[in-house]
Design a protein around this ligand. Structure first.
Ligand SMILES: Nc1ncnc2c1ncn2[C@@H]1O[C@H](COP(=O)(O)OP(=O)(O)OP(=O)(O)O)[C@@H](O)[C@H]1O
Ligand SMILES: [Mg+2]
Length: 184
């Protein structure tokens, strides 16, 4: 990741991780999914936020991108409103669905991981501390991550859920010791 990408993504982090989140700001629909990619990379790539129109050896065909994203939006709505699935599992399934579609030429992984964390923040669930530097190179961790995504392709989410659980940020109770005035 170069400096421009870092500055651009940093802006987006501030937008979604400082201040309140509501359904208007984060509607978790296709329009917002695409908008978020644009916000993350608009200073870097002129096609930011625009689905690719070329085939890759990963992801769906270009003509299927919009419909599959819409299907994922609908599934996500269903998990959210009609099932008792826990937030982490919903986040993991959304993450997997997004990278499987692979809507953009580049930046799909970071975009999907950010969507996951925005969702977790919205649900007051611990965030995932992705080792971004390690993920971007051919590391043993990346291998594990890709393997877990491929297992999820077969319908078994356990490895991908386990991987997320291992990376959960530690939580502190709302009024942890450090917030209190130290004893005299
Ligand atoms: N062999 C594979 N099988 C399944 N998914 C893969 C495979 N290779 C890559 N991916 C997915 O595609 C993402 C990489 O896509 P892309 O390069 O567009 O994203 P990025 O944000 O630039 O990179 P990265 O996720 O590596 O930081 C990976 O994070 C992973 O989710
Ligand atoms: Mg990339």
């Amino acid at each position: 990741m170069d400096e421009l990408e870092f500055a651009n993504i940093n802006k987006v982090i501030q937008k979604y991780f400082l201040g309140k989140l509501n359904d208007k700001k984060t509607p978790f629909n296709v329009t917002w999914f695409l908008k978020l990619h644009r916000e993350m990379y608009e200073d870097v790539w002129e096609w930011a936020g625009k689905p690719r129109n070329t085939e890759l050896n990963i992801g769906v065909s270009p003509y299927q991108i919009y419909s599959q994203l819409k299907q994922l939006e609908d599934n996500f709505w269903y998990w959210e409103n009609k099932t008792g699935m826990n937030s982490l599992e919903k986040a993991v399934r959304l993450h997997h669905g997004l990278v499987k579609i692979h809507p953009f030429k580049n930046g799909n992984g970071r975009w999907a991981r950010l969507i996951t964390n925005i969702y977790l923040r919205k649900k007051d669930t611990p965030l995932i501390q992705w080792p971004e530097a390690t993920l971007q190179v051919d590391s043993p961790f990346r291998k594990k991550y890709i393997q877990a995504l491929q297992k999820a392709d077969q319908g078994s989410y356990d490895d991908l859920i386990g991987l997320h659980l291992n990376l959960q940020a530690p939580t502190s109770p709302p009024h942890s010791k450090s917030d209190k005035t130290p004893p005299p």
